[in-house]
Ligand binder design. Sequence first.
Ligand code: ATP
Ligand code: MG
Length: 317
Amino acid sequence: MLALEINNLTKDYTVGFWKKRPVRALNDLNLQVGMGESFGFLGPNGAGKTTTLKILMRLIYPTTGEAKILGCPLDDMQMRARIGYLPEQPYFYDYLTARELLNYCAKIFGLNKAEALKRTDDLLKRVGLFEAADKQLRKYSKGMLQRAGLAQALINDPEVLFLDEPMSGLDPLGRREVRDLIAALRDQGKTVFFSSHVLSDVEALCDRVAIMNKGCLIESGKLSDILKSRTNELEAVVTGIDEATLNELQVFATQIVPAPEGAHVRVQSDKEIEYVLSIVHRAGGRLVSVNPVRESLEDLFVREISENAKVAKQAAS
Ligand SMILES: Nc1ncnc2c1ncn2[C@@H]1O[C@H](COP(=O)(O)OP(=O)(O)OP(=O)(O)O)[C@@H](O)[C@H]1O
Ligand SMILES: [Mg+2]
């Protein structure tokens, strides 16, 4: 069984006051996510990520197409009890405390009083809000609200989690904590479908990704397959070398980027690495690391989206 199946999903919003016209926010999206996968839904602003998630959550209806979660149609109430959702901008009744909010959500899901209290406490600890649990939400910072939202999404111990930009509004520490939380959920076997434009988060967490742009899916698959490895190129990070040694290395390198107290030296293959190493060692320097050169997700993002724009331009002219 698939955790999520999206078939030919299209959404037109109607815009304009006097002259109403449709604007396509999502164009014929097809996507499948397996059970237990952590799936990154990527794309720049306006790509259609939130629109997709809102359709899946039945906050809006698609113009055409359909989707299934856990093999069930979107309006299946039993299925809905098995999923969790963190909206892009969680909006809570902010005179409640986080404890009250979670307790309330737990009861909606049918937990009895004791279970609800226990689950609330566990989740408050898990998202790092235990100390602030009895503060009203209106006194929370953006990051704290985001954590409250995450706790709310987890209240029913969902099998599939839909998170719309879960790291947004968080400082680096908060980001790391949410990242670890998602990793722990994934390790527990939960399916996590999350949108983001923060590529490093996705890179660290996802088995597979889909890249959206202007409502269209432009690429999907395993990250390692999507990120092109550039032939056999290797990059050595070396330290403790002087200018003269750097010049000597130029002969073998395809690219040298100086770094504090050393350099990043790129070479064609492992043969050149041997030359680089012997020069560095002779000069009294030290090898820090050697890694294959891979395209970063950042590069991919820029490449895909600019290629897409080029194709669109050609088609228009
Ligand atoms: N209620 C609405 N009415 C009209 N157009 C809308 C509405 N909501 C979204 N759109 C448009 O649909 C497109 C997709 O928006 P969406 O919010 O799904 O993008 P997103 O990928 O979530 O972007 P972001 O990264 O900024 O959150 C955008 O062009 C947006 O302007
Ligand atoms: Mg969005």
